[in-house]
Design a protein around this ligand. Structure first.
Ligand code: 3PG
Length: 378
């Protein structure tokens, strides 16, 4: 990838930056600024070189949210930020024309226009009218074949931003870990994890399957899972993975019924699950097993909370976060929910690298690249 640092002249040039500004917003208030903080180095770099910076991003999935509160928050973190309530069109172009060197303009949510997710060429051309140079800095969306990710870069000279460069460098290192290495992948749908599991089983010494994803494996191994969430994965495919000696599965669980509080969960062995019970977290035996593997590992990779985190089943996730934070291993984590869980424990700074990607991180680890990276100038 060519780097934004390779652009010779930036003074007075309108530069489009695809940034990751999709932070949680409730009642008009930005709840977290982790991604905004990570967007700053590229924005500051461009600002200091006198570029006129046009920031494009999405927020939310439905295409209904506005980036206005996020632009306001960004304005508290970096100077000269304004917001345009349009993404494309004459009003948007006029606002860009008025930008002075060093000023930033955040355009409205890309996904308000269906052309973004439909990867529509006309929409991408409209975006291209906003600048002379394109900088990709939204690693978290580089797995999406959307107009701003895979088509806009083909219409302008295109460069990687500083965050994207850092993500690629760190996750490339995570593709060939130092031994003894330990990967932890949790989440739900097996179909969305199958290729990354295959890749990690080749490069890591041990791979723990956690969260609801583990239920598919426990079921295929012949354990009862009661009413737990499973993803209907092909048991024959999972059985093949079960034969791999690198695979580590939970050895006990915390069980509940619908509405059971995490504090009243029942700790049980793998074969002690009633038909009306659900596996909602891993148990203390699993926590101890994970801590012992972490303690012997030189490099660790983790994506996905282990238990039903949003309903308060945080114990095994918290225990794993504390174990990694206390270890001297090189640790890489990613995924919005995983980061939120670790932030809540105040140990995020104990991790060696925190990826801004969730699905993008998994796809990068599976394929070694992403559609939004492949398309950049080299
Ligand atoms: C994320 O939040 O993981 C990325 O920003 C991608 O968002 P999306 O899943 O809505 O495409």
């Amino acid at each position: 990838m060519k780097s934004v640092r390779d652009v010779k002249i930036l003074q007075n040039i309108p530069v489009i930056v695809r940034a990751a500004l999709n932070e949680p917003v409730a009642n008009g208030v930005v709840g977290d600024s982790f991604r905004l903080a990570r967007a700053l180095p590229t924005l500051r770099y461009l600002q200091s070189r006198g570029a006129r910076v046009v920031v494009i991003s999405h927020i939310g999935e439905a295409g209904t949210e506005t980036l206005a509160p996020v632009a306001k928050k960004l304005g508290e973190m970096i100077t000269h930020v304004s917001f345009c309530d349009q993404t494309i069109g004459s009003k948007a172009r006029e606002a860009v024309r008025k930008l002075a060197p060093g000023e930033l303009l955040v355009m409205e949510n890309l996904r308000r226009n269906r052309g973004e997710v439909m990867n529509d060429l006309t929409f991408a051309k409209e975006l291209a009218h906003l600048g002379d140079v394109f900088v990709e800095d939204s690693f978290d969306t580089c797995h999406r074949k959307h107009a701003s990710i895979v088509t806009l870069p083909t219409l302008l000279p295109s460069y990687a931003g500083l965050l994207l460069e850092q993500e690629v460098a760190e996750l490339t290192k995570a593709l060939s870990p130092k031994s003894p290495s330990f990967a932890i992948i949790a989440g739900a749908k097996f179909s969305t994890k199958e290729s990354v599991l295959d890749a990690l089983l080749k490069s890591y010494d041990k791979l723990f399957i956690g969260g609801a994803l583990a239920n598919d494996f426990l079921l295929a191994a012949g354990h009862p899972v009661g009413s737990s969430l499973t993803s209907g994965a092909d048991a024959a495919v999972i059985r093949k993975l079960l034969n791999n000696p690198k695979l580590v599965l939970p050895i006990d669980s915390r069980l509940g019924k619908k509405g059971t509080l995490a504090s009243s969960a029942r700790v049980a062995g793998l074969d002690d699950v009633a038909t009306d019970e659900m596996i909602l977290d891993h148990g203390p035996g699993t926590e101890a097993l994970l801590a012992s593997i972490v303690g012997k590992s030189a490099q660790i990779l983790w994506n996905g909370p282990l238990g039903n985190y949003e309903d308060g089943y945080t114990q095994s996730t918290d225990a794993l976060a504390h174990a990694i934070a206390a270890s001297s291993a090189y640790s890489v984590i990613g995924g919005g929910d995983t980061i939120a869980a670790i932030e809540a424990l105040n140990v995020l700074d104990r991790f060696s690298f925190v990826s801004t990607g969730g699905g993008a991180m998994l796809d990068f680890l599976a394929d070694g690249t992403l559609p939004g990276i492949k398309v950049l100038d080299t």
